[in-house]
Design a protein around this ligand. Structure first.
Ligand SMILES: Cc1cc2nc3c(=O)[nH]c(=O)nc-3n(C[C@H](O)[C@H](O)[C@H](O)COP(=O)(O)OP(=O)(O)OC[C@H]3O[C@@H](n4cnc5c(N)ncnc54)[C@H](O)[C@@H]3O)c2cc1C
Length: 431
């Protein structure tokens, strides 16, 4: 049976970035395990593809996400330039539809500056100024952020994987983890009856990370829900109706969904989305029930855990009904974007985009947890609720995870880096 010093569960952008840092700073025997045939096959390769500037993130409640996103922009840019990965500075206009939402834009500008964004990168525009920039956008006002980027996170994650392999990480693909025997070391048991062992495990398994943390006796009173975000692609004749990303102010910031946006993709297409439709598993990309045992178990969670309180909240139920409608009907989805791009018509969208699933975690008192959750077991570290803008922040956030493991004495302080793509000490100093 193979034995590793550290096993990372999950080859998404997070697990792959963590493997980059460990393999870069240490001579340890490290592996990344994923049930798929390559990295970034789930959320990391099924997102909106935006490198977000963290103006819309509360600097207190979402401090880790905000700081990581701010610092990671330069890190991703360096990798994208080196590897010829698309890096399109499309910019974003966050729009307000009324005076109340405009107040939120003013708050976002302040938050952005608190999060490190320079003031001249965040311009408040009145409705005419928005129109001058984007003649088909109708709104009360907007906040223009020029540094928002459109990229391809599948490519970026694959490039990080390549460097990690050069630094001697082993990627173990097509191995679905079923269980763990957790003693002094950890035996990881796969669906095909094979096993490996490791001395320390880092759980970065995205939509499954809460379930895996629970197998280590952690976060047992927390629950999660899976929301599918769907997109529609604008036919090429209409792709340039608007040339900037258009996001609208979140009407319900206590819930982790936004209205669908107008998105400029790295491949030049434009899409609308995502909505947020509840689904039973982190991989129900089509339809509503794909796996009956998981669906029953999810219903059980909802009836017994913190999620039950949410489902008794009439505001939440009404929102969810609205989201379902936009999944069942293309017209309903397009209507939501017509609130700020009235020129759109349902017939401009004939193809669905790639859907992705986010898995927000719910606390025992029935509220969505706003920031990432990190928990330590006696020989394991678990990262849960790593949601948007997690792809943006992965390089800096994963460096921070390494620093925490150093502070806990699990990793020694390293002396030198094998690879100089991203500088560990400089990121840690800035965080
Ligand atoms: C619709 C949508 C749009 C988004 N848009 C953006 C955006 O524009 N910008 C941004 O910064 N962020 C965005 N995000 C968030 C971002 O994509 C995520 O925060 C990030 O990709 C999470 O990465 P991860 O590595 O934690 O998870 P994942 O990418 O899901 O990786 C987890 C991996 O674990 C593996 N795994 C799970 N269980 C097992 C098991 N039992 N055995 C073996 N392997 C297992 C899975 O196969 C998977 O590859 C978006 C998310 C969604 C859903």
């Amino acid at each position: 049976m193979k034995n590793f010093d550290i096993a990372i569960v999950g080859g998404g952008v997070l697990g792959t970035s963590i493997s980059y840092w460990i393999s870069n700073l240490y001579d340890l025997n490290v592996c990344v395990i994923d049930k798929e045939s390559d990295v970034a096959k789930h959320t990391s390769g099924r997102n909106t593809g935006v490198v977000h500037t963290p103006f819309y993130l509360d600097p207190v409640k979402k401090k880790i996400f905000a700081k990581s996103a701010y610092l990671s922009n330069e890190l991703w840019k360096k990798l994208a330039n080196k590897t010829h990965t698309p890096w399109n500075e499309v910019g974003t206009i966050e729009i307000a539809l009324d005076e109340k939402q405009h107040k939120t834009l003013e708050k976002y500008k302040k938050w952005g500056i608190q999060n490190g964004v320079s003031e001249n990168n965040l311009t408040l525009l009145d409705s005419n100024e928005v129109k001058q920039k984007e003649k088909n956008v109708v709104c009360h006002s907007g906040l223009f952020c020029k540094s928002d980027i459109s990229t391809d996170y599948t490519r970026l994650t694959q490039e990080v994987k390549k460097i990690s392999i050069q630094n001697s990480t082993e990627f173990i693909f097509e191995k679905n983890i079923l269980s763990f025997d957790n003693n002094d070391d950890i035996q990881i048991n796969f669906q095909d009856n094979s096993s490996i062992k490791c001395n320390y495990l880092i759980n970065c398994s995205g939509g499954n990370s809460l379930d895996i943390a629970k197998q280590f006796g952690l976060l047992e009173t927390f629950s999660d829900l899976h929301f599918r975000g769907e997109y529609w692609i604008a036919d090429s004749a209409y792709a340039n109706l608007v040339n900037t990303n258009i996001y609208s102010v979140a009407r319900h910031p206590e819930f982790p969904f936004l209205d669908p946006h107008w998105i400029k993709r790295a491949n030049g297409t434009s899409e609308i989305g995502p909505n947020a439709v509840p689904v039973p598993t982190p991989e129900t990309y089509d339809g509503f029930v794909t796996d009956i045992p998981s669906t029953i178990s999810k219903l059980g969670d909802i009836l017994t855990g913190g999620a039950k309180k949410l489902f008794l909240n009439p505001e939440f139920l009404s929102l969810i009904t609205h989201e379902f409608r936009s999944s069942l009907s293309k017209d309903a989805m397009v209507e939501r974007v017509m609130n700020f791009i009235p020129k759109l018509q349902s017939s401009y969208f004939t193809k669905k985009g790639t859907s992705g699933i986010r898995t927000p975690v719910i606390s025992p008192d029935g509220n969505f947890v706003p920031d990432v959750i990190e928990r330590e077991g006696h020989n394991s570290f678990h990262i849960v609720n790593y949601n948007s803008p997690g792809a943006t922040g992965a390089p800096a956030f994963s460096a921070l995870v390494i620093k925490k493991l150093q502070n806990k004495g699990i990793l020694k302080n390293s002396i030198s880096q094998k690879n100089t793509l991203w500088n560990f000490d400089s990121i840690i100093e800035q965080i």
